[in-house]
Design a protein around this ligand. Structure first.
Ligand code: INI
Length: 182
């Protein structure tokens, strides 16, 4: 049974929303600025993810001169650079790109956990979206599948996610309904 508020019946689709304000970001990046931090470890794959991200930005109206690409040694170094870039005020969003392959390291879990919680913290601490474009895979084949192979390009998806999230924050901030960046 759908929840009822007074005489208004709410369903999960947006067609029946009558009273509430609804915000949704647009995947239109014109005039926005983005940073991409990318790990050199497994750069056979991270280069493909970066290509996917750059193509996606271009496809959605972001100018090449509005994108900065910063290389770091590996996924573990993504958070500190992403966070300082996010806090600079120079970017609408930052995309963190890395590839961690389970077979390649005994400290897989340490690298994955550090990158995951670090990127999340970079985002929530700065108030600027820092998008998790890090592949965590069992094999290199799985990673290649997600970097322009049979499962698409997760770098491109991360870029679209950055645009949409930055867009919804712009809308909210324009109406004084979101704080930050901090
Ligand atoms: N970094 C990665 O991005 N992916 C990996 O698979 C990986 N492996 O296998 O170890 C990796 N290690 C390096 C790590 O990110 C740091 O650069 C290093 O530990 C120095 O802090």
């Amino acid at each position: 049974m759908a929840p009822r508020f007074g005489s208004l019946s709410l369903r999960s689709d947006s067609s029946v929303c009558r009273l509430e304000a609804t915000y949704q970001g647009k995947v239109i990046g014109t005039g926005m600025k983005f940073g991409i931090v990318v790990g050199r470890f497994n750069d056979l794959v991270t280069k493909l993810l970066l290509e996917g991200a750059l193509e996606d930005f271009e496809r959605h109206g972001v100018s090449a001169e509005d994108v900065d690409v910063v290389w770091v040694p590996g996924s573990f170094e993504l958070p500190v650079v992403a966070k300082t870039m996010a806090k600079s005020g120079a970017y609408d969003a930052v995309v963190a790109i890395g590839v961690v392959v389970r077979g390649a390291t005994a400290h897989y879990d340490a690298v994955v956990n550090g990158a995951t919680s670090g990127v999340l913290g970079a985002s929530t601490d700065s108030g600027v979206p820092v998008i998790f474009g890090v592949l965590t895979c069992d094999t290199m084949e799985q990673a290649l599948d997600r970097a322009g192979g049979k499962v698409g390009n997760k770098g491109g998806e991360a870029a679209s996610t950055a645009i949409e999230t930055a867009s919804v924050l712009r809308q909210l901030r324009a109406e004084g309904k979101a704080a930050g960046p901090f």
